[in-house]
Design a protein around this ligand. Structure first.
Ligand SMILES: *Cc1c(COP(=O)(O)O)cnc(C)c1O
Length: 395
């Protein structure tokens, strides 16, 4: 039981800023005194450092992770109305971006263990649910050409990128990584015989710096990473009203810029991200150890080809509802990512998907439980959460 200490929060957005307080205030003061709030050297500096961190050639700062996904899709030169495949167990921003880029959404199911896109389900979709016209897959469901796929690196663990890239290239699909939960996550590519980082593998990667993400701004922010010079130029225009220079609009764009204050705060926090990741991974292995052997609890599956960054630490429990209640009763905060798969959301009822359409994603939705996870979570707190789970289950 959680008798000894106080409540255990789900995440802590205060402590990490305390040690950085002076630096952050100083960077805000510099922006104020310089009168430079949009663009400029703070944004360019952060973009350079974030690109280097991910290993991608370019990083383009934008207003949010949703902007990043939308601009990445718009830079991919897809045809209006084309179909983009993704998974049903993501945050709705993934699919919002598809619609907002003028494209159609369809889903493929996830792997039962990793909860990430199952390569064989992607292959099955392209082989059995499409007809081929001039060598391109046309979805029977949406009636349009399938031209891109968005694997989501859910909870901070990367999808199987070798397989997804290989299947996609056979059908000419553009691959865009939703890396909004996966800053610094690594994947061992057998094809390239090396560890690769999220955002550096596909045509583009989309990152969110929403405050609760592994690298979070003190407001809204995001970035697109890409190795393509052309895509980088197009995204720079898209985020800034389609301007190539002030008041010369090559295309119609958006207001989707990263502001200078957020960029300078992100630059300060990026320095600490590697240490925070080490800490998250150590919190995860302590949970794994303390929760092992509980029959009705499954700890996260991390294959040998993955170095997950544990944006979330998500267990599977048969009696999830009861477990969540008993943790709440001893002041331990938990959450569900996500309680309703996208294909069963009211917003998408017009797709006509029934329950049973994507069994692995649906099964996950009723079993998942996200436990407290943040870099400053103490051994004692992990111990108390784990003990409370054991207590609840032995009741
Ligand atoms: C957070 C998140 C987004 C959206 O990012 P915002 O910055 O909130 O727009 C997209 N996809 C996933 C998987 C996310 O977790």
């Amino acid at each position: 039981m959680n008798k000894t200490g106080g409540p255990i929060p789900f995440l802590d957005l205060i402590t990490p800023h305390m040690e950085l307080e002076k630096e952050i205030i100083e960077s805000v003061r510099e922006a104020l005194m310089g009168g430079r709030f949009i663009g400029g050297s703070a944004v360019e500096g952060f973009e350079r450092e974030f690109a280097a961190y991910t290993g991608a050639k370019h990083a383009i700062g934008v207003g949010s992770g949703t902007d990043a996904l939308r601009f990445a899709l718009m830079a991919a030169d897809l045809k209006e109305g084309d179909t983009v495949l993704t998974v049903p167990n993501s945050f709705i921003a993934t699919t919002e971006a598809i619609t907002q880029a003028g494209l159609k959404i369809d889903f493929v199911d996830v792997d039962a263990k990793t909860c990430n896109m199952a390569p064989e389900k992607l292959e099955e979709y392209l082989e059995n649910r499409c007809v081929y016209k001039n060598g391109s897959p046309v979805s029977r469901k949406t009636g349009t050409r399938v031209s891109a796929v968005i694997p989501v690196h859910l909870y901070g663990q990367m999808a199987q990128m070798d397989e997804i890239s290989e299947i996609s290239s056979r059908s000419n699909l553009v691959v865009i990584e939703d890396a909004c939960q996966a800053h610094g996550a690594q994947y061992f590519s057998k094809k390239h015989n090396m560890w690769e980082k999220a955002g550096a593998i596909g045509f583009a990667g989309a990152f969110s710096f929403y405050p609760g993400k592994n690298l979070g701004a003190c407001g809204e922010a995001g970035a697109v990473t890409t190795n393509s010079d052309e895509a980088a130029d197009k995204i720079r225009m898209l985020r800034d009203h389609g301007q190539s220079k002030k008041y010369y609009h090559e295309i119609e764009g958006f207001n989707g810029r990263l502001d200078a204050i957020q960029a300078s705060i992100l630059k300060i926090k990026l320095r600490l991200l590697p240490a925070w990741t080490v800490s998250r991974r150590s919190r995860a292995s302590l949970y794994n150890e303390l929760l092992s052997g509980i029959e009705s609890v499954v700890t996260p599956y991390e294959p040998e080809w993955s170095k997950a960054v544990y944006h979330l630490y998500v267990i599977r429990a048969k009696n999830r509802g009861a477990l969540q209640k008993s943790l709440a009763a001893v002041n331990i905060a938990t959450a569900l990512h996500y309680p309703v798969p996208l294909h069963l959301q009211r917003a998408y009822s017009h797709f006509g998907y029934a329950e049973g359409s994507f069994p692995s994603a649906e099964k996950a939705a009723v079993e998942i439980l996200s436990l407290p996870m943040f870099p400053g979570l103490t051994d004692e707190q992990v111990g108390r959460v784990s003990a409370a789970i054991r207590d609840s289950i032995s009741l």
